[in-house]
Design a protein around this ligand. Structure first.
Ligand code: NDP
Ligand code: 2IT
Length: 447
């Protein structure tokens, strides 16, 4: 490992040893950069790594709200404004009880490189709260969102910071957050993406992360002269990303056979078809039910309480779409033993470092989330463009642009991997290509 990289990592570990997910993300990215830093001293001279691993700004605030009994609840709110070298901060909001500063720093850090890869002018940020939307009424979710935005509105803006959704934040929450921003600011700004169509949203934004990931998988297979047609796929999660991953897999002739949530996994050996997917979308998005109910409705499917999909069935493809570190080393071995030839990440950092070692040793196709799930934020960028010109593009236009962006990300990652001596390594390629653009903007803009 390059000495400069080793020194910055050591220092980071000594300073915040408890931010495990952030250290994991930083170690993965910085390790990939050794070869770039060996070949050019300008990055060290400009202290680029030291500056890249510290957010430009962190906002931490209290979020008091009233539940349906009239009792006051208090959560923590955060916005991590990580890097604005190539555009306004951009990245989602996550509402989940596990949220803390270390998790948001990992997500914000990853977002910097991901957004750079999209080819669009967006910096990186992430935010959220330890609020748990599960089991809350619409009224409680609205009260929470209003209170959250009552503080956040003063820190964001169309040219400053543009949040969007992530785990626990979908169309309903974006609506409440946007309404409160507008009331606080008295201005109709393009300040959130993932809006509904009638009030500034973009066609294809809900579909974009899942579709984009499947487009990326298609590109990877094409490098081997292969395609998705007829291949069996394991998908985890059953939220926004998982649903549209399954939809696109079906459209392109693959056979998705699993979905999951934090309680367990369903395996449907007959395949999840369009009608079954419609049932899941209604179950998850309207009824806010549990994936277990799928096995009650479709008798060919089996429910595995407390289990993740990996290794529960034979499959050539794995598209993890739930959360970080959901595939460990043993899960990865089980995938390979069951015939897996491709892992394309819809979630952010779903594979542990041990899992990635297993993929590398088995020489399978492996795409890190910052490349393969970038279609979501890329289409957020397209939503911002449409808002700026006050026009809406058609479904076909946006889908075509998304598809083109996924192809560019794939090509740029592959080219960078080859240029720096690790052909076919999408981890190195994505990290290097994402880094170089941000680093050169930072150098040009001084300090
Ligand atoms: P949703 O909230 O819509 O869905 C999340 C899904 O993952 C749910 O099925 C949820 O189950 C499951 N899940 C969440 N946390 C855990 C956990 N700790 N253990 C097991 N299952 C869990 O979120 P999204 O689909 O938007 O996000 C999924 C992943 O994709 C995240 O990693 C996110 O960062 C990433 N991503 C999202 C993008 C987007 O545009 N939305 C863009 C790029 C990446 P349950 O209902 O039980 O909680
Ligand atoms: O992780 C991600 O890229 C997202 N949650 C989407 C961010 C965005 O601004 O659309």
């Amino acid at each position: 490992m390059n000495k400069y990289v080793a020194r910055v990592l050591e220092d980071l570990k000594a300073k915040q040893p408890w931010e495990k997910e952030f250290l994991q993300a930083a170690e993965e990215v910085l390790s990939s950069l050794s070869v770039v830093l060996d070949s050019d001293s300008k990055y060290e001279k400009n202290k680029i790594l030291e500056r890249m691993v510290v957010p430009e700004r962190v906002i931490l605030f209290q979020v008091p709200w009233a539940d349906d009994k009239g009792e006051i609840q208090v959560n923590q709110g955060y916005r991590v404004q990580f890097n604005s070298a190539i555009g306004p901060y951009k990245g989602g909001l996550r509402f989940h009880p596990s949220v803390n500063l270390g998790i948001l720093k990992f997500l914000g850090f990853e977002q910097v490189f991901k957004n750079s890869l999209t080819t669009l002018p967006m910096g990186g940020g992430k935010g959220g709260s330890n609020f748990d939307p599960k089991g809350k009424s619409d009224n409680e979710v609205r009260n929470f969102c209003n209170s959250f935005m009552r503080e956040l509105y003063r820190h964001i803006g169309p040219n400053t910071d543009v949040p969007a959704g992530d785990i626990g934040v979908g169309g309903r929450e974006i609506g409440y957050l946007f309404g409160q921003y507008k009331r606080c600011k008295n201005s109709y700004d393009s300040v959130l993406t993932g809006k509904a169509l009638e009030w500034g949203g973009s066609l294809i934004r809900p579909e974009a992360t899942g579709y984009g990931n499947v487009y990326f998988a298609q590109e990877m297979l094409a490098t081997k002269g292969d395609s998705l047609a007829g291949k069996t796929a394991l998908v985890s999660g059953s939220g926004n990303v998982a649903q549209y991953t399954v939809e696109k897999l079906i459209q392109l002739g693959a056979k998705p056979i699993s979905l999951s949530d934090s309680n367990g996994t369903i395996i449907d050996p007959d395949g999840i078809d369009a009608e079954k997917l419609a049932f899941v979308m209604d179950l998850k998005n309207n009824k806010r039910g549990r994936i277990k109910e799928y096995a009650g409705k479709y008798s060919g499917a089996k429910y595995y309480e407390g289990k993740r999909p990996w290794g529960l069935a034979k499959a050539e493809l794995a598209l993890p779409s739930a959360t970080q570190n959901e595939i460990d080393g043993d899960n990865a071995k089980a995938l390979i033993e069951n015939g897996c030839i491709l892992v394309s990440e819809g979630a952010n950092m779903p594979s542990t470092p041990e899992a990635i070692e297993v993929y590398k040793a088995a020489k399978i196709l492996y795409a890190p989330g910052k490349a393969s799930n970038a279609g979501g934020v890329a289409t957020s960028g397209l939503e911002m463009s449409q808002n700026a010109i006050r026009l809406s593009w058609t479904r076909e236009e946006v889908d075509q642009k998304l598809h083109g962006i996924m192809r560019s990300i794939h090509k740029n990652a592959l080219d960078a991997a080859a240029e720096y001596g690790t052909p076919g390594d999408y981890v190195n390629g994505a990290n290097i290509a994402g880094f170089k653009k941000v680093a050169s903007a930072m150098i040009a803009q001084g300090f």
